[in-house]
Design a protein around this ligand. Structure first.
Ligand SMILES: [Cu+2]
Length: 335
């Protein structure tokens, strides 16, 4: 046993105490054992369209859930073209839907770090025909689990888990988001392949004309296919084409080429123009189904359908105003 004299103990004590003070006051003290150093910001995607086929909109946050430490800035990017929102409701508040509340298109950002007690909304992004990626950021102040959703796609929801000090790395968030994206893209591509093979079901009428059916889009649990099923090949003067919405999204079939409005919420897009089904097509005239609501609305098929009579030979182009940015359009060629 080596005994130190009282004088030596004092000499040793000074540097150790000094080191201890430095360590306590320095940045090392912030890392408790086992806690990863918290990055100050993370980002993820709020849906996007399939990079190989813009007709396929992925209706999921990528990833659908992640974990952050309080104080971390979270940024959602909206590449579109199908728009989405990041929307948090206050405790007990029902989820408002843009079909019944148009004001949800506008942003209502948090006034400071978010504690889960108020309504917060990114608004619908990206806006207009902008091709740039829109962003929305917020910081969480209070540990807990917060769910959020998209006001346009009520089944599209995500979860943020806020902790005191642990969180997923940006690398983990990106990796999980990418693997979910690949899965949902395959799901959407299979549904698109099926939609483009859908026959137009010709029905022979007693007057010698034929009525064909065109399906408006298709839906899977995680995607919307924003395309029409193939238009009839043998369409003749006097025939009829019935558009029917059996998908989970609202759609329109709007004829008139450049006369078709681009704002989905315009009164002459929401309502049928010039009136209820059936309507006779007139070249270079705006004729619109109005919003045909999704199958999930519970409305019977005739209410989700609209018939056009084809009076003349010619080409009649049509588009869905709600999904123009995703390329939802078609053409009737009558002989
Ligand atoms: Cu549509």
């Amino acid at each position: 046993v080596i005994r130190m004299s009282p004088r030596f103990r004092v000499l040793f004590a000074i540097p150790i105490a000094t080191l201890g003070l430095v360590a306590f006051a320095g940045p090392a003290a912030a890392s408790a054992p086992g806690a990863a150093a918290a990055p100050s910001s993370v980002s993820l995607r709020a849906g996007l369209n399939d990079t190989k086929d813009p007709n396929i909109a992925i209706l999921e946050f990528l990833p659908s859930s992640f974990k952050v430490a309080k104080g971390t800035k979270v940024t959602w990017s909206f590449a579109g073209p199908e728009p989405h929102s990041v929307t948090f409701t206050a405790p007990g508040q029902p989820r408002p839907n843009i079909v019944t509340d148009e004001s949800l298109a506008a942003p209502m950002p948090p006034t400071g770090p978010y504690d889960g007690q108020s309504f917060v909304n990114s608004g619908v992004l990206p806006t207009g025909e902008s091709s740039s990626v829109a962003k929305f950021s917020m910081t969480f102040s209070t540990p807990g689990t917060y769910t959020y959703y998209c006001v346009l796609h009520p089944n599209m929801d995500g979860t943020v888990q806020v902790t005191d000090d642990t969180q997923d790395s940006q690398k983990q968030i990106t990796k999980t988001g990418n693997s979910q994206l690949a899965k949902w893209e395959s799901e959407g591509e299979a549904a698109k392949a099926k939609l483009v093979k859908t026959k137009s079901k010709p029905i022979a009428n007693t007057d010698g004309s034929t009525t064909y059916t065109v399906q408006m889009g298709a839906s899977t649990p995680h995607t919307d296919v924003l395309a029409f099923s193939p238009t009839p090949q043998k369409l003749k003067t006097g025939d009829h084409v019935t558009f029917v919405n059996n998908s989970d999204a609202p759609h329109t079939a709007s004829f008139g080429g450049k006369l078709v409005p681009t704002d989905p919420n315009a009164a002459n897009v929401v309502s049928a123009v010039p009136g209820a089904s059936p309507q006779t097509l007139v070249a270079s005239t705006y004729i619109n189904t109005g919003w045909l609501l999704p199958k999930s609305s519970g409305l019977p098929e005739p209410v989700r359908s609209f018939t056009f009579d084809v009076p003349d030979a010619g080409k009649f182009t049509y588009a869905c105003v709600l999904h123009l940015p995703s390329g939802m359009a078609g053409e009737l060629d009558a002989n």
